[in-house]
Design a protein around this ligand. Structure first.
Ligand code: VG1
Ligand code: CO
Length: 545
């Protein structure tokens, strides 16, 4: 096998965001664009040489082409062995599971997660380290620095390897194992949860579920776990075949993109009792009951309050963590059960040290992400199994479990308003204006709300003391209400401003109200403080979750 060195010119825009490098497919299709970034990874992580790499993606357009390119660059860079998912498919949580199980030096995941796919959609590449988690910022910064000056990359001159069926072969000295994408992950789930109790739930009464795989990566996982291993209803999984363009839909599991799932839960005599969906790469989850939506921040709090009931967590929790904009529902539970609760920046990479240092067991984000110390990624199917196991034990519906949780701990009304694809300079100006007025806002009274604290959140990692700054403007009011402003780090068009709004209501008599109504005054205050109308020429967001 011939290894050749290709002369290249660097790109200036290969800075990974909240979760990997994410760009339009057309950007990745530029000459040497993918190659430059992959070579930069291999340059920065010499441990990959002579070791094992896990490789897979969510099946979106350009995955197949990129996988072949990466295999050839890996072979040329002295990687000893690559385990790649059959058909090139591996969910993000499965990659994390495989890295840990087989002691790999790292993993590469090809996905733009919940972003749309297809020829005109988005593509992405994430590097995960030996602990199974997303590369920390220090590492992604190094990869970015190298990418800005890269002059050559190494690649093997050889034909493509078939990824269609499980088999082992060699690219030069590098062994390539095409593995079953699902089994190791499904086995891990079976160790964590009580599959026989969940199975009884499905077989002993007319309990049925509907899981929307959104034509993304979780289809094969969901079919094996829910239908084959747990004997769920035969139509439990919808949109279960991964497609390059996700069937033209947006693989983002929220109420706006899951009409078929919602219909399956809310209409007809055979309506499912439990519903769920996951995103492009399988790390997000949405949990639904009949006519009932579980806010992801509440889901994390409910998991924290009930984890001890589940076999995998019966020894209790070490601690919990949530990202800055996630509601403080989990804080209330942590306080009551006497465990530490950490507030981290947005993005799963910030949970890694807390998990590795055994400070926390559960963690989550408002953006439909939750997970535990079983791997180092958020995990969509894990969250669904957690809920199924809980329902089986408690013999209560999703709604009953959630309402009794609110009754006991109080309810955090919560919403996120997104202004999408806005001019990046305008967005930066808005955030800078907010930054400039943080101290002057303290003590201000807005209607019923008085500002207690206002700052630009910064985070000192308690394990390695690394400092990360400018993570979001937070405005905290005297009654515990909060407004957070931050710019997204996963978009591929202009900027997206996210405004997160939360209000804590203790009294159970007030838990039945509509979220947007309860938060209306705070939403107006948020728009006033940020001067949304003047900056964007409008005061209605593109998306509300
Ligand atoms: C978003 C979410 C964040 C999540 C990230 C990656 O980031 O807000 O909580 O960790 O996506 O999720 P941002 O910077 O756009 O707000 V995934 O499932 O897209 O990898
Ligand atoms: Co994702």
């Amino acid at each position: 096998m011939n290894i050749i060195s290709i002369v290249t010119t660097p790109y200036s825009d290969q800075k990974p965001g909240t979760s990997g490098l994410r760009k339009k497919v057309t950007v990745f299709q530029q000459p040497h664009y993918l190659e430059n970034f992959v070579q930069s990874i291999f340059n920065v992580v010499p441990e990959l040489k002579n070791h094992l790499l896990i490789l897979g993606g969510d099946g979106r357009f350009y995955n197949a082409r990129a996988l072949q390119t990466i295999l050839k660059i890996a072979a040329a860079n002295g990687i000893k062995r690559v385990m790649v998912g059959e058909q090139g498919l591996l969910s993000t949580p499965a990659v994390s599971c495989l890295i840990r199980k087989y002691h790999a030096a790292g993993g590469i995941i090809l996905s733009a997660s919940h972003n749309p796919g297809g020829v005109n959609g988005d593509f992405g590449i994430k590097f995960n380290s030996a602990n199974g988690g997303p590369a920390p910022t220090s590492l992604t910064n190094k990869i970015y620095d190298i990418s800005k000056n890269i002059k050559t990359y190494q690649i093997a001159e050889t034909g493509d390897i078939s990824l269609d069926t499980q088999q082992s072969s060699y690219l030069g000295d590098m062994r390539v194992d095409v593995i079953n994408s699902v089994n190791d992950y499904a086995n891990l789930m079976q160790q964590l949860f009580d599959f026989s109790t969940i199975k009884t739930l499905f077989t002993s009464r007319a309990f049925s579920m509907c899981f929307d795989a959104m034509h993304a990566v979780t289809g094969p996982y969901a079919k094996e776990i829910f239908e084959n291993r747990l004997s769920a209803n035969i139509d439990a999984v919808i949109n279960g075949v991964p497609l390059e363009d996700f069937g033209g839909t947006h693989p983002d599991p929220n109420l706006a993109h899951t009409s078929e799932l919602i219909a399956r839960l809310n209409t007809g005599i055979n309506a499912a009792e439990f519903g769920a969906a996951s995103d492009g790469d399988g790390d997000r989850n949405m949990i639904l009951g009949r006519n009932f939506f579980v806010n992801p921040s509440d889901s994390l709090a409910i998991m924290t309050a009930n984890a001890h009931l589940l076999p995998g967590y019966s020894q209790g929790l070490r601690g919990a963590a949530r990202s800055l904009p996630t509601s403080r529902a989990v804080d209330k539970v942590s306080e009551e059960i006497g465990i530490d609760c950490y507030e981290t920046p947005t993005g799963w990479k910030y949970f890694g040290n807390l998990l590795d240092d055994k400070r926390i067991t559960l963690c989550g984000e408002e953006s439909f992400g939750s997970g535990s110390d079983h791997i180092r990624e958020k995990d969509g199917i894990w969250a669904v199994l957690f809920w199924l196991n809980l329902i089986a034990i408690k013999q209560q519906s999703v709604e009953e479990i959630t309402r009794s949780h609110w009754k006991r701990y109080g309810r955090h009304y919560y919403t996120r308003h997104d202004y999408e694809a806005i001019n990046s300079d305008t967005a930066e100006t808005l955030v800078q204006n907010l930054r400039n007025q943080t101290s002057s806002l303290i003590g201000n009274q807005y209607g019923n709300y008085k500002v207690l604290l206002c700052d630009d959140f910064s985070y000192t990692d308690p394990v390695d003391n690394s400092l990360t700054e400018k993570l979001g403007i937070r405005v905290i009011f005297e009654d515990e209400s909060r407004i957070i402003f931050r710019l997204s780090g996963t978009g591929t068009e202009g900027s997206t401003l996210r405004i997160y709004i939360e209000k804590y209501v203790r009294d159970p008599a007030l838990h039945e109200r509509a979220t947007q109504t309860v938060l209306a005054e705070l939403i107006t205050i948020a728009n006033t403080i940020a001067d949304i109308e003047n900056h964007f020429g409008r005061s209605h967001p593109d998306a509300i979750t």
